[in-house]
Design a protein around this ligand. Sequence first.
Ligand SMILES: Nc1ncnc2c1ncn2[C@@H]1O[C@H](COP(=O)(O)OP(=O)(O)OP(=O)(O)O)[C@@H](O)[C@H]1O
Ligand SMILES: [Mg+2]
Length: 255
Amino acid sequence: MFSSDSDQLGRCNSNHVVEPKFSDTVDQEQNNVSKIIELRSVYKKYGKIKQEVVVLQNINLNIYTGEIVALVGPSGSGKSTLLNLIGGLDQPDSGDVIVDGRNLGGLNDNELSVFRNQTIGFVFQFFYLQPYLTAQENVEIPLVFRGESRAVRSQKARRVLEQVGLSARISYLPNQLSGGQVQRVAIARALVNSPKIILADEPTGNLDMNTGTEIINLLKQINANLHTTMVIVTHDLNVAKHAHRVIEISDGKIV
Ligand SMILES: Nc1ncnc2c1ncn2[C@@H]1O[C@H](COP(=O)(O)OP(=O)(O)OP(=O)(O)O)[C@@H](O)[C@H]1O
Ligand SMILES: [Mg+2]
């Protein structure tokens, strides 16, 4: 169904642990590939007893540093829920979510906020920029949380806006930018803390095909330059075909 343009990491669907095909552990070590995301027997349900809906069932998944993984599946299959668990925005009912060496189940709310700020960059379909802040001010938000000085914030925000090709737009408000430019600002904001992982939920869902292709090319370029691991939820085959690996989810299970 989907093709992959990288054979290095390969694609593997299984009912057990889902991970790339490496010939053996030695190969993994030689390639300097390390596991950055691990889900073990993860279950998630919503609703009260009797009206309970099991949204994720026995998810076992390994993702390695530097991979671009596309997460695909029908509406309601549990993709966003899975992404939220990896990003520490939600907790499983049982099982372990281990990200960058930390078992998220063992972190309190404050520690989870720090984890998100330092390790994860989030990109969403609806961008979620602050409408009254300029592009640069929006990108500075995660740095404000970190307590960075005004000068450092400005310098870092300008640098990532340059990386996404928006140097000429730093003082624009979101409603003065095109959809693709707004998503670039959102990607710059996700990048500003140099996260190891970018989690993107339908990053091209609100964009036309050409602009969507520009955004996926930008994400690929970031992955190639910075080795940032990416998990991208998408309905868009045009996006999924660029991933190193496609993981399909249906009714809360990896298929
Ligand atoms: N906070 C919540 N309370 C109750 N049910 C929820 C909640 N969040 C999600 N669900 C349910 O969990 C299921 C999976 O939702 P999820 O958002 O993960 O799907 P998805 O695969 O991302 O779908 P889409 O492609 O439409 O975004 C859905 O049936 C949804 O109704
Ligand atoms: Mg969703």
